[in-house]
Ligand binder design. Structure first.
Ligand SMILES: Nc1ncnc2c1ncn2[C@@H]1O[C@H](COP(=O)(O)OP(=O)(O)OP(=O)(O)O)[C@@H](O)[C@H]1O
Length: 643
C-alpha cells in the first residue's frame, strides 16, 4: 500500500492494485493550491495486507515510481518558486530605487507632560513638507514622508518594512534615527513594551520573512556596539555584562577594511541568532549594558551612537553553494545639540563636539552619495568608517529625523531639518516635475502589484511543496515498513538525498543530526532534531504505528493495515491540520518572548582582540543649562528603571 499524487489527486495502492475508492469529496484548498481529493468511505479501503514476502515486484516498482514522481515534482516546484522569488525581489528593488535608495523621513514628537507650553507649534506639517515660521521668517523643508504627532509605531514600521525586506534580499541597509535630545529617537528605534519600535519589530519581521523563503536558507548573526567620543564599545561582549553598581569595560575596537572593501570590526562579538526569541534576548542584553554604561560613564544616551547590526547569510542550494552576506544596521544616533545654547563645558562640551562632528561627517557622506559624487568622505569619523560598506553603491539608507513640537526648541528643530535637507539634497539640486512624479507613482503602483502577485505565487508553491514533501515522507515510511530494512538495496535511486532533505531541511546551522545507535530503523527513517521538532502529536502517532508494523514485518508476521491507518495518510483534512499545526507551532516558537533555555553561545570574531578593555571612571555630566539638567535627570530615572 502506498500513496501517490497523480493529476494532483491522492491515490492509495494496495497489493499492486490501485484501489479506486469513490472520490466523493474534493477539498478545495483555501490557500490557493490545487485541490487534493480524499477518501470518505473507509470501508472501501482494504484492511488486510498479505505477507511481505509475497508482495508482487510490480507493486514495489510502482511505489518507487511514485516516490520518484514526487521527488521530481518537488524539484520542479522549488525551481518555480525560485523564479517567482526572483521576480518579487526584482520588483521590490525597482520600487526602492524609484523611491530613492536614500530616503529621509521626519517624525514629529507629540507634546509630553513635562513640556511647558503645549498649545502652539512653531511649524505646520504636511504629508511631505514641514513649514517653520520663526522670527518672521518662513522656511520649507521637503521629505519623502512626514509622520505627524499622532502617527503610531505600527504606521512608522509599515514605511520601514520594505527596506528591511531588501536587506533579506541581499542589500546592505542602514536605518538611522537622528534628532535633538528627547525628540523620540529611542522611542522610534526601541519603543516600549506596549509600543515596540523599529528594532524589535524588525527582528520579528526578518525571522518571519526568512521562514517564508524556502528558495534559499538564511542564517543570522547579531552585534551591538556604541560609539562614544570616537571609541567603540562592544555591547554584546561576554565581559560587558556588569551588575548595576559595576563599571562597564570600555573596549576600543578597531575598524579594518579587507581587500574587497568589506568592513570588519576587529574583536566585535557576533552572536548567531536562530530565532526571534534569541535575537530579542541578545538585543535586551545589549541595551542593558548600554544603560549601565550611561549611568557610569556618559550619563545620557544622547552622548553616544548605538548601533545594532544584523548580518544576514544567504546560503544557496546544493548546486550553487555560495554564501552571500548582507548587513542591516539599525542606528540610534546621539542627540544633536547646539553647544552654545546648552552652555556645555568640560566633558559635556567634548561629548557634544564629538557627536556633532560625527553627525556632520554622516551628513557629508549621505549628501555625497545622494549627489553621486566621485569622492565620498567616509574617513572623517568612526561612525562613517564603520558604515562604509553599508552606505555606498547598492545599499539602501533610511534617515528618520525627529523634531520637538515645542516653541522653545525651534532653533534645534531648524538645525535637524537642515541636516535632513542636506542629506536629502536632490541630484544637482533639481526638483522633479509634477508629471515625472505622477509617472513615478504609477510605475511604483504597477511594481507593487507585480510584487504582491509574485508573493502570492510563492506562497501557493510553498504550500504545494509542503504537501508533496509530506506525501513523499509518508510513502517512504510505508516503503520501509512494507519492504524491509535495507535502504541501499531498496530505496530508489537518488532517494536517500531527498529523504534526508525532507526530514531534516536544515535551515539553521549548528544542530547536526546524530545517528541513534539504539534505533533499528534505516538511517533515512530515523527522526532528526528538525523532524522531531516538526512532528505534531498525531504525526508521532503515525510514526509509532509504522514502527510497530515494521517490527512485526521483521519478525515475519503478516502486516495488518487498518482502514483508519490508511486514512491517516490520505485524509486531506487531517493532513492540512497537521501542516497548520506544525506551522502554528513553529511560529509560536519563533515569537515566544521567553529567554532562550540554553545558555547562548558567544562567537567572537576570528580576528584578534585589540585594545585592552580598561575600567572607566565614573563621570558626572555638568551643564549650566537648567533644561539640560532636567533632561539628564529624566535619563537617570530611566536608566535606574532599566537596571
Ligand atoms: N511618538 C511618541 N509618542 C509618545 N511618546 C514619545 C514619542 N516620542 C518620544 N516620546 C517620549 O518622549 C521621551 C523622550 O523620547 P526618547 O528618549 O526616545 O528621545 P531621544 O531622542 O532618544 O532622547 P535621547 O537623545 O536623549 O536618547 C520619552 O519619554 C518617550 O517615551
Amino acid at each position: 500500500m502506498f500513496i501517490s499524487t497523480k493529476n494532483e489527486q491522492i491515490s492509495v495502492y494496495s497489493n499492486g492494485c490501485l484501489e479506486s475508492p469513490p472520490m466523493e469529496q474534493t477539498a478545495d484548498s483555501n490557500d490557493g493550491s490545487p485541490p487534493v481529493s480524499y477518501f470518505s468511505d473507509l470501508s472501501l479501503l482494504p484492511t488486510t495486507c498479505t505477507d511481505v514476502n509475497v508482495v508482487p515486484e510490480h507493486e514495489k516498482n510502482e511505489l518507487r515510481q511514485s516516490m520518484s514522481n514526487l521527488e521530481g515534482e518537488i524539484a520542479q516546484l522549488k525551481l518555480k518558486q525560485k523564479l517567482w522569488d526572483e521576480k518579487r525581489r526584482e520588483a521590490l528593488n525597482k520600487i526602492i530605487d524609484l523611491k530613492g535608495s536614500i530616503r529621509v523621513f521626519c517624525r514629529v514628537r507629540p507634546f509630553l507632560v513635562i513640556d511647558k507650553r503645549r498649545t502652539h507649534e512653531p511649524f505646520s506639517a504636511g504629508s511631505e513638507k514641514i513649514v517653520v515660521k520663526s522670527s518672521g521668517a518662513r522656511k520649507e523643508f521637503e521629505f519623502d514622508k512626514v509622520f505627524p504627532k499622532e502617527t503610531s509605531q505600527e504606521d512608522v514600521f509599515a514605511e520601514v518594512e520594505p527596506i528591511l525586506r531588501s536587506a533579506l534580499d541581499g542589500h546592505n541597509v542602514c536605518v538611522f534615527a537622528h534628532g535633538q535630545t528627547g525628540t523620540g529617537k529611542t522611542f522610534t528605534m526601541d519603543g516600549t513594551n506596549e509600543e515596540p519600535g523599529i528594532i524589535p519589530r524588525a527582528l520579528r519581521e526578518i525571522f518571519s520573512q526568512a521562514s517564508l523563503d524556502n528558495s534559499s536558507s538564511l542564517t543570522f548573526t547579531m552585534s551591538m556596539l556604541e560609539v562614544y567620543m570616537g571609541n567603540l564599545r562592544d555591547l554584546l561582549s561576554p565581559k560587558a555584562a556588569p551588575r548595576a553598581h559595576e563599571a562597564v569595560a570600555t573596549c576600543n575596537l578597531s575598524i579594518q577594511t579587507d581587500t574587497k572593501g568589506f568592513i570588519e570590526i576587529e574583536g566585535l562579538t557576533e552572536v548567531p541568532v536562530l530565532d526571534f526569541a534569541k535575537a530579542r534576548w541578545w538585543y535586551n542584553r545589549g541595551k542593558r549594558v548600554r544603560s549601565t554604561a550611561w549611568t557610569n560613564v556618559n550619563e545620557t544616551s544622547s552622548r553616544s551612537h548605538c548601533l545594532t547590526r544584523i548580518s544576514i547569510f544567504r546560503h544557496g542550494d546544493a548546486l550553487e553553494a555560495k554564501r552571500e552576506v548582507s548587513k542591516l544596521w539599525l542606528v540610534d544616533l546621539g542627540g544633536s545639540e547646539r553647544l552654545l545654547k546648552t552652555g556645555a563645558t568640560g566633558l559635556t562640551l567634548d561629548e557634544g563636539r564629538a557627536i556633532n562632528l560625527s553627525l556632520s561627517a554622516l551628513g557629508d557622506v549621505i549628501a555625497a552619495l545622494r549627489r553621486k559624487r566621485g569622492h565620498v568622505p567616509y574617513r572623517n569619523s568612526k561612525l562613517t568608517q564603520i558604515l562604509k560598506d553599508s552606505l555606498g553603491h547598492g545599499s539602501k539608507v533610511l534617515m528618520l529625523v525627529h523634531v520637538s513640537p515645542c516653541e522653545e526648541d525651534v532653533g534645534e528643530t531648524i538645525c535637524s531639518l537642515s541636516f535632513a535637507k542636506r542629506a536629502r539634497a536632490i541630484e544637482y539640486n533639481r526638483e522633479i516635475s509634477e508629471d515625472l512624479k505622477k509617472q513615478k507613482e504609477n510605475r511604483t503602483k504597477e511594481l507593487e502589484n507585480d510584487m504582491r502577485g509574485a508573493e502570492e505565487e510563492c506562497q501557493k508553491i510553498k504550500n504545494q511543496i509542503q504537501k508533496a514533501e509530506f506525501l513523499l515522507h509518508e510513502n517512504i515510511k510505508i516503503f520501509s515498513t512494507t519492504y524491509g530494512p535495507s535502504e541501499d538495496e531498496e530505496a530508489p535511486i537518488g532517494h536517500k538525498e531527498v529523504v534526508k532533505e525532507v526530514i531534516e531541511t536544515p535551515r539553521k546551522p549548528g544542530k547536526a543530526s546524530r545517528g541513534n545507535a539504539s534505533n533499528s530503523l534505516p538511517r533515512f527513517m530515523t527522526s532528526t532534531a528538525a523532524s522531531r521538532h516538526r512532528q505534531t502529536a498525531s504525526e508521532r502517532q503515525i510514526v509509532g504505528k509504522a514502527r510497530s508494523l515494521r517490527t512485526s514485518s521483521v519478525t515475519g508476521s503478516s502486516i495488518q493495515f487498518s482502514a483508519s491507518q490508511s486514512m491517516s495518510y490520505s485524509s486531506d483534512a487531517r493532513f492540512r491540520a497537521i501542516l497548520q499545526n506544525s506551522n502554528r507551532k513553529s511560529r509560536y516558537s519563533r515569537e515566544t518572548d521567553t529567554v532562550p533555555a540554553e545558555s547562548p553561545r558567544c562567537h567572537v570574531s576570528e580576528l584578534s582582540k585589540t585594545a585592552a578593555c580598561s575600567q572607566p571612571r565614573s563621570k558626572m555630566v555638568t551643564s549650566s543649562d537648567p533644561n539640560l539638567r532636567v533632561t539628564l535627570n529624566r535619563h537617570r530615572r530611566r536608566m535606574s528603571d532599566l537596571v
